[in-house]
Design a protein around this ligand. Structure first.
Ligand code: C2E
Ligand code: MG
Ligand code: MG
Length: 732
């Protein structure tokens, strides 16, 4: 490379010197300057690709040949050198790695090769700028060929030499590979330049220059336009490609999503089937449940409309199942339920379907029956099946069932109605201790009136239709009033006064007992306060109010009691709550807790109807109670030496042992009164003294405290021990 530079540089310098020396200063003109500027600054930028080849014809080659033909070889050499220098510098500035040596080599090669072309033309045709004027077209062609060929030969040889030195290849190989195609460039450039120079002579120079400038502008505009078009089409292509890729991606995602959807659909179907099974089946036995039966029975009603086919619903409840469950445990209870399910399913009657409604309740639906007799036969078979002994996890167990039968008829229009009646019949069977009962009109009427009672009772609570009657509790020692028991009466708008026996049970079942008792407590406490404020009653006068079992389990009972005490201003120690023996014993431990809380308020507690339940004496001792009330059934039938008389004596003894006071209920005769006094019973209530009275009559009773003094034996007012815990009124 250095060698080549060293060889070419002096030649180039000589050539340039020669050119400078021979430069035709007299020919300097605007046209020359224009051509020179165009050659140097734009020549290499304007390039046209030869069709079908990768060879580009740059305007600079043509312009240099053109200069040679128009202004002489000297200017062409200088222009060639300047153009080579300028374009090399530009390439370097655009980032091409090109050393100064390479730039000089480029300049040298160009100068020498242009010089060679000038010499070749001059040698054959004389100075080209002079020859062009006179030559014919065919001579011009020869000049062109000589000019192009000479430049090509020198240029390509030098370039090939340079590349072969740099790459270590043979010069022929390099020339053949890289330079041969340049022959076309030079020949075409020379040809174009020759034609241009000839045309120049014929046409006005300035006009041609203007056209040249115009064409250059057009060319640049065109090439920018082409670039823009190419850019935008590239952009469009890119966007299209991106869109296609996006679409492809989208399709893949879609396929994935569809797959997921298919998976979740099948999972959904599966879980729907499971859910369906759960919703319609009982988990313990796998039998259809109530939901299933409701749908099934509704279907049978539809069929009945079409073909008149009757069917029966048999409701079954295992008697004492709770006892079995509680005493033998839930495992055995569950096993029993499964065994019953299997037995019911073994009837082999295809028109029968068996279901479990929860707990120990089963239902059998028998379709296509000819008469009620078919359903009864089935019920008998079921009862016999349930009554078969059970061997449950190694234990022998016996059970019976109560069954209720309801047969489809025109009264029913849907499953709920017939199921309800089969249930009512079953409860009737249980109450009556029968294996089965067929639902009939009487039951229906009873059920309807019960429903009416429920509705009326609901209204009664809202409208506060309850009234309190007060029955005096009497000190049997001196026949004075110790206090009153508040007893509820329902002032029914059409039926008049109704006693609690008719509605208490319904109130308990429907939950109305709670608001009802609250009203009773409020009224009774308010009444007691009123009497005391009016000084009609001594400060110690007691008010007893009955509290139901359901109330005892109310979490807010104590709070409500506090509210009532505060509202009415009643002295809590004058309030006594009566709770039946069965109510407190039902859930003894929990009752103890609640009763203690009530006791802490200062309220007294009494066990009502004592003797009718199954009191556990160890509990009795733990209950924080003050009083036992001997049930009326013992008092009313106590005669000297009778069994009930003994019970009363025992209860009184028990109360004394537990330091409790005793009240005998239901004293109706003077005989009972005296007997109780002799037994040491301190207090009593009963029709002998007074029936339960409305408040105004009870007020009058208070105003007349000596009204029962006549029943006291004159000489014996002190049979009763005098250490009563209660203060009481004296007979005046
Ligand atoms: P109880 O608490 O044992 O009330 C005594 C019942 O015996 C009252 O019946 C009363 O009229 C009746 N009685 C009193 N002395 C005699 C008598 O000498 N002979 C006869 N044959 N009966 C007598 P009543 O008022 O019909 O109450 C019945 C039951 O209803 C009460 O029995 C009580 O358990 C319940 N009860 C009454 N009022 C209420 C209340 O406000 N709340 C609650 N939870 N239950 C109440
Ligand atoms: Mg009572
Ligand atoms: Mg009682």
């Amino acid at each position: 490379m250095f060698l080549l530079s060293a060889l070419t540089a002096p030649f180039a310098a000589a050539v340039l010197l020669w050119s400078g020396y021979g430069f035709p200063t007299e020919a300097v003109s605007f046209g020359m300057a224009l051509v020179a500027a165009a050659t140097i600054f734009f020549g290499s930028a304007i390039r046209v690709q030869l069709p079908g080849t990768s060879v580009h014809l740059t305007a600079s080659d043509s312009l240099i040949f053109f200069t040679m033909l128009t202004f002489g070889g000297e200017l062409a050499v200088i222009l060639g050198a300047c153009e080579a220098l300028y374009s090399s510098i530009r390439l370097r500035m655009n980032g091409l790695r090109m050393g100064v040596q390479t730039i000089l080599l480029n300049v040298s090669i160009t100068s020498i090769s242009v010089f060679a072309a000038a010499i070749a033309v001059t040698a054959f045709f004389g100075r080209p700028e002079a020859a062009i004027d006179t030559v014919t077209i065919s001579q011009l062609m020869l000049i062109m060929i000589a000019m192009g060929a000479a430049q090509f030969l020198v240029n390509s040889t030098l370039v090939a030499g340079f590349i072969s030195i740099r790459n270590g290849e043979s010069i022929i190989q390099v020339w053949n590979k890289n330079c041969f195609s340049a022959l076309v460039i030079y020949l075409s450039s020379a040809l174009f330049a020759g034609l241009l120079a000839k045309a120049f002579l014929q046409v006005d120079v300035y006009l041609l220059s203007a056209i040249g400038i115009f064409l250059t502008v057009v060319y640049f505009t065109y090439s920018r336009y082409v670039d823009a078009v190419r850019n935008s089409s590239a952009k469009a292509e890119k966007a299209e490609r991106e869109r296609a890729e996006q679409a492809e991606l989208h399709i893949t995602e879609l396929e994935h999503y569809i797959k997921q959807l298919e998976n979740s659909t099948s999972a959904l179907r599966e879980s729907h089937e499971k859910l369906h099974h759960t919703v319609y089946h009982d988990p313990l036995t796998g039998l259809p449940n109530r939901n299933f039966f409701v749908d099934h029975i509704n279907g049978l009603f539809e069929q009945r409309v079409e073909n008149g086919e009757e069917f029966a619903v048999i409701f079954l409840d295992i008697n004492r199942f709770k006892t079995i469950n509680d005493s033998l445990g839930y495992m055995i209870g569950d096993e029993m339920i499964r065994t019953v399910a299997n037995r019911l399913n073994s009837s082999g009657v295809s028109s029968c379907s068996v279901g479990r409604f929860g707990g120990d309740e089963f239902a059998v639906v028998m379709s296509g029956i000819r008469s009620t007799g078919d359903a009864i036969a089935m019920a008998e078979w079921i009862a016999a099946q349930v009554a078969e002994p059970y061997d449950l996890l190694g234990r022998s167990v016996f059970a019976t069932a109560s069954l209720g039968i309801a047969v489809s008829d025109d009264r029913y229009s849907n499953a709920e109605e017939i199921l309800r009646d089969a249930d009512i019949a079953m409860h009737n069977a249980k109450e009556a201790g029968k294996p089965y009962v067929v639902f009939d009109q009487i039951m229906h009427a009873r059920a309807v009136s019960l429903l009416e009672l429920e509705t009326d009772l609901r209204m009664a609570v809202e409208r506060r239709e309850f009234e309190l009657f007060y029955q005096p509790i009497v000190n049997l020692g001196d026949a004075t009033v110790l206090g009153f028991e508040a007893l509820i009466r329902w002032n029914h708008p059409s039926r008049g006064l109704i006693t609690p026996g008719e509605f208490i049970e319904t109130a308990e079942k429907t939950g109305l007992m709670i608001p009802m008792t609250i009203q009773v407590l409020q009224t009774a406490c308010a009444q007691l306060s009123r009497w005391k404020r009016a000084r009609l009653a001594p400060r110690s006068l007691m008010m007893s109010v009955n509290l139901s079992a359901s109330h005892l389990s109310q979490p807010d009972l104590v709070d409500r009691l506090v509210e009532i005490i505060n509202e009415t201003g009643v002295d809590p120690s004058c309030l006594k709550l009566e709770i039946t023996e069965s109510a407190v014993m039902g859930n003894a431990e929990a009752s103890i807790d609640v009763l203690k809380k009530i006791q802490r308020l200062g309220i007294q507690l009494s066990i009502d109807d004592f003797g009718t339940g199954y009191s556990n004496l160890s509990y009795l001792h733990r209950f924080p109670i003050d009083t036992l009330k001997v049930d009326r059934s013992f008092v009313s039938t106590m005669e000297d030496g009778s069994e009930n008389g003994e019970i009363v004596r025992t209860v009184i003894a028990l109360a004394k042992a537990l330091r409790l006071s005793v009240i005998a209920e239901g004293i109706e005769s003077i005989h009972q009164f005296h007997q109780l006094r002799i037994l040491g019973c301190e207090f009593g209530q009963g029709f002998l003294f007074s029936r339960p009275l409305p408040s105004d009559e009870a007020t009058r009773l208070l105003e007349d405290p000596g009204r029962w003094s006549h029943i006291l034996p004159n000489h014996d007012a002190g049979v009763i021990a005098r250490n009563f815990e209660y203060t009481h009124m004296r007979i005046q």
